[in-house]
Ligand binder design. Sequence first.
Ligand code: BGC
Length: 329
Amino acid sequence: MKKLLSILLAVLMVFALVGCSNEQAPAEEGGEATGDTVKIGVCIYQFDDNFMTLFRNNIQAYFDDLNSKGGTQYEVTIVDGANDAATQTEQVNTFISQGVDALIVNLVQTTSDALAKAIEDSGIPCVFINREIADYQYSAKTCYVGADARDSGTYQGQIIFDQPEHGDLNGDGKVSYIMIMGDPENSDAKNRTEYSIKYLTDNGVEVECLYQETGNWDQAKGQELVASALASNGDAIEVVFCNNDAMAIGAAQAIEAAGRTVGKDIYLVGVDALAECVEMVNAGTMTGTVLNDADGQAAACCDTVLKLLAGEEIANKVNYVPYVMVTAE
Ligand code: BGC
């Protein structure tokens, strides 16, 4: 009986050993596979942003497409900075300590270059997107892909200038407008605010700002601010400039609720050309918008990541994908 038991024990031990080595097998396979797996960490300033949602979905789709072709596989991890700089710093540090092969970073905070410097020190190639750090010298392994926000502002001004009486609906000799801004630290917000008005004044149009507030790129906030501006300024408002389309959708709701009619007694412009806004422009409930090319920018960003991974030098450190003016015409 004792002998039988020891044989049984020995057999069990052999099974246990085989079991162990079987468990290890996939890990080894995984280990081999990582040679052909490129890890990419993507930090988005905030998932709850219409435009950046398009952008991040395009990044994911780009690498999904490459993966479906076989060959090198790209493991893309996208994280939400929740519009909090400390959260984002932690996320970047985690990616760095995990040793990702490349980073794509949409900064929460562009007024400091500390995080960009930390990324450079790590030696990991990185493409910054959408939010440009002012006057920053990108290193050999870092660069920026976005759009020149001055142009989007200029197009907004041009859309209004192209309206009858250049936007002066009440014929009092000046265009009275309100400005709903994105995050005021953001260069897109600053440039759109400045250049939309600059186009009008450069073309000899007199302007008057009745109200300027920060809507933080957010639809609900845009609606709230425009409703309050319409309540206090009434019919005096001829043009509503919004730094982006999300806030313009909110503005359109407030305009309708106030009994005003876009194209008849008020004009409304945004930026991004979200599908919903292109429909609104065609329906006349928005005067115009400007295409902020999320497809083109995501493609340029991912192409650049591949070049950096291949050790190529990026000649164009700041890559601006052009904006396109969108009106019903
Ligand atoms: C877009 C906004 C977006 C912002 C985020 C801008 O370029 O026009 O819609 O909220 O980027 O940084």
